[in-house]
Design a protein. Structure first.
Length: 263
């Protein structure tokens, strides 16, 4: 979600400050309900994806990195391989670990996680075998029929006819806090879209801002998740942009695809 061209600040920012400020909208009971449902969903997913056990040790005695990393792309090409629909074959480097974490966040934040068979396939693909065995049960309990009902989904985790369910993770940046040949800890700062787009929706699509921390291990020929956790923010001040209609959101989700993220 860049503003302006080439990652800079373009006319969009100027326009946002030149426009007259709108009067604040009174928050009604329905909006309070929507916020409550979204908070419950975020908490459930965060709990489900939370790993247990000890964190992987980074080989080579790597220490936490305090220096800020540039946010501009490095120019390295993204990987060309795929495993079960997720980019794979990341290099055994700091940049490779960052790219892997960003792409794994996208996969684990998508609508596929709401379908049991697809979720299990993703977990088996992205996590170490030990971690996959540990998190599956917690995830199955979190992605429950009760949660689906609160979100307006069918018991199978699908959107009703005429509705579009939106769950998308959009990485904003990554940083390595620890690195070694056999392990890395990577933080992915992202904004997320979650909700139901449709005229009769009681849970409209909203945005979230969170940081997803992945503790990765090098397993065979790629990075795998050994443990992960999430926390809120950093969150910017909301812009003065009018919310789009449910029809516009549904159309955008169907027409705009995702990316393979490379650091």
């Amino acid at each position: 979600m860049s503003i302006g061209g080439d990652g800079g600040y373009g006319d969009d920012v100027v326009d946002a400050y030149d426009e007259p400020r709108r009067q604040p909208v009174r928050v009604g009971r329905s909006m309070v309900t929507v916020v409550g449902v979204v908070v419950l969903l975020i908490a459930a997913i965060a709990f489900a994806n939370r790993g247990g056990g000890d964190a992987p040790s980074a080989a080579g005695g790597g220490e936490a990195r305090e220096d800020a990393r540039p946010t501009a792309p490095t120019g390295e090409r993204p990987v060309t391989g795929q495993s079960n629909g997720v980019p794979s074959g990341f290099p055994r480097t700091e940049q490779g670990a960052q790219s892997a974490a960003a792409n794994y966040a996208v996969a684990l934040g998508g609508t596929g996680m709401f379908e049991t068979e697809h979720r299990h396939m993703l977990v088996d693909t992205l996590y170490t075998p030990e971690a996959a065995a540990r998190v599956k049960g917690a995830q199955d309990r979190a992605y429950s029929k009760a949660l689906f009902e609160r979100l307006g989904l069918t018991p199978e985790g699908e959107a009703p006819d005429g509705m579009t369910f939106v769950s998308r993770t959009v990485p904003v940046g990554t940083r390595v806090t620890e690195y070694g040949d056999d392990g890395a800890t990577v933080e992915v700062w992202y904004t997320g879209l979650i909700g139901m787009a449709g005229e009769e929706s009681t849970t409209p699509v909203t945005t979230t801002w969170k940081t997803w921390t992945f503790q990765l291990r090098w397993a065979g020929s790629d990075w795998r998740i050994a443990q992960d956790s999430q926390e809120d923010g950093p969150a910017p001040v909301p812009g003065d942009i009018r919310a789009s209609t449910a029809e516009d959101i549904s159309k955008a989700v169907e027409e705009y695809g995702g990316f393979t993220y490379a650091r």
